[in-house]
Design a protein around this ligand. Structure first.
Ligand code: 5GP
Ligand code: MN
Length: 336
């Protein structure tokens, strides 16, 4: 149940025309883009001056989403994005819990501004920058939480087909197509309501998952060949070096979902996927687990990251080899 006085105040706030920006986290995924664009379509219906500002580019596999062609990318158009943020009365921040998740370039800009921040998110431990924080880790996706919020705001009748397609997308991607544990009866009721808006659900699944290039599958093959299984720790890991990424003409979003293969082995409840990014000088790490194995805590403690109990991310400034060495040493001593 959401805080009713907050609901009332937000309702009052958006009852008159405002300049509004909506922001996903850096390297936005289906849930981040789905929720920002879903909210964008609804607020536009209400007549607001609305703009989605993404910290960096979104992956090609989300480029079909209605409204994505209107998104301003901060790291590609800093001046326009900054002006837009500066002029905003309200900034919605969606699918992240701390401003630093927008990246080193955008964070200081956001920290220097004093709009009304409204957070809608489902990650652990929300920071306290927002005037209104709608955050609940019980939800499997920000998109599902957004739907419930729109319902509380009595705006769900303004969710038409475009918004419904976006919101559906985030529920599908964050739930692993309705199979992860936070997929509830309510999730399916929300999905039913979205289908009632007339969306073509198989078309969305095709757009999301049947769009691989030949090279992407070769890259997956390479990551699987690199997989190491540590049965004594019920763990596994995969990695891709920068030269392997280049060999298969890697594009943003190509490695989405690869980490799940590490968990698909019988007897494994903890996995990591390391990707080398020499341009940013980091190793990006994805963690996944099953049951009570807490990867949020693990990522926070050891790899400057966070997320959820069963899905988290982090980074390392060490080399790929040293990062993997650090990882295997930690789990040998104290696997979560
Ligand atoms: P992914 O592995 O798909 O990139 O991320 C899994 C989950 O962890 C997502 O919910 C994502 O928002 C979160 N996450 C990924 N990387 C980071 C990070 O560097 N810091 C924090 N706090 N969360 C992250
Ligand atoms: Mn999410």
């Amino acid at each position: 149940m959401m805080n009713q006085s907050d609901i009332k105040e937000v309702k009052a706030l958006i009852s008159s025309t405002k300049k509004i920006s909506i922001i996903p986290h850096r390297n936005p995924d289906g849930d981040a883009m789905g929720s920002t664009l879903g909210l964008y379509h609804v607020l536009k219906q209400l007549g607001h001056d609305v703009q989605v500002v993404s910290p960096n580019a979104f992956p090609d596999f989300l480029a079909w989403m209605p409204g994505s062609d209107q998104v301003i990318v901060f790291e590609e158009n800093k001046k326009k994005a900054t002006e837009c943020l500066q002029q905003s009365d309200i900034i919605f921040t969606l699918d992240f819990n701390v401003l630093s998740r927008t990246g080193d370039a955008m964070t200081p800009v956001l920290e220097s501004l004093t709009p009304i921040y409204i957070m809608v998110d489902h990650h652990q431990m929300p920071a306290s920058y927002a005037s209104y924080t709608f955050s609940d880790t019980a939800y499997g996706s920000t998109c599902e939480l957004l739907y419930m919020l729109l319902q509380e705001l009595e705006l769900d009748s303004l969710i038409h087909e475009d918004a419904a397609r976006c919101i559906y997308t985030g529920i599908v991607t964050d739930s692993g197509s309705f199979r992860f544990p936070k997929t509830t009866a309510q999730t399916h009721r929300v999905v039913a309501a979205l289908l009632d808006k007339g969306i073509d659900n198989p078309e969305i699944h095709n757009a999301l998952f049947n769009n691989s290039s030949y090279h992407r599958l070769q890259l997956l093959g390479c990551a699987l060949q690199n997989m190491v299984v540590l049965p004594e720790h019920r763990a596994s890991y995969l990695y891709l070096t920068e030269s392997q990424l280049n060999q298969f003409h890697h594009k943003k979003g190509d490695t989405e979902g690869f980490v799940n293969y590490g968990l698909s082995i019988d007897g494994i409840d903890f996995t990591a996927f390391f990707t080398e990014n020499k341009e940013e000088g980091i190793i990006k790490i994805s963690f996944r687990s099953q049951g009570n194995v807490d990867v949020n805590e693990f990522a926070r403690t050891h790899f400057e990251g966070g997320g959820h109990i069963n899905a988290a991310g982090g980074k390392s400034l060490l080399s790929l080899a040293d990062t993997i060495k650090k990882f295997t040493q930690i789990i040998a001593q104290s696997k979560p």
